[in-house]
Design a protein around this ligand. Sequence first.
Ligand code: C5P
Length: 225
Amino acid sequence: MPSNRPLFIVAIDGGAASGKSSTSRALCRRFNFLHVDTGSHYRALTAALLAENTGPEDTARVVAALARLPVGTAVSGNEARITVAGRVIPDAELRAPAVNAAVSGFAAIPELRAALLAYQRGQAAVAEERGFHGLIMEGRDIGSVIFPGAQLRVFLHADPEARARRRALEGQSDSIAERDRRDSTRTTAPLVCPDGAVSIDSTRLTLDEVVGKIAALIGEGMTAR
Ligand code: C5P
């Protein structure tokens, strides 16, 4: 049931393993917001394209394949999941080493980003239709490109060692430094801390502390409206 208050949009950007997902999930549960992880959008398209033997170097083939792969949304609890050709791709496939290795290459293709831009902005309507009080979207370009007018924009960062440790604890093999390098140096929508975003260094903070800081900002922002 749509509410009569405008949706409260929070953009959380940061590099690989900077703590965006755990933080966003905890905040969404606390405030009854919809959580949208845009990294999973790039991962889902990467998995679907790799499954049909299309690599990031063949842009024409990627563009043709995208036309055959419609995206949609499945909401479960506070979580919005992308569907590709009607299918929610399981996490194990989204986090497979082949996807980790190729995703930044696909994410640098302007046509692929353009296809996801409209889809990602459309998640605000999904949140409204489902009666959520707000939306937290995490990624690399949310505060800079997707929702530059978001009520709150946060940039999370942490030392490379802390981030590598977090991934190792999750049992994942992921070259986070290399992905960050590619994501920061690409021409279209590079990973940047946008002007005016609140920057939080989580290297020496617990998850609860990071959540607490952002929750306080959301609380202030919602009261001020
Ligand atoms: O957040 P996660 O590490 O799952 O993102 C996977 C990849 O998707 C990133 O390394 C980046 O190449 C791409 N991405 C992006 N823009 C976003 C979110 C993710 O380019 N907003």
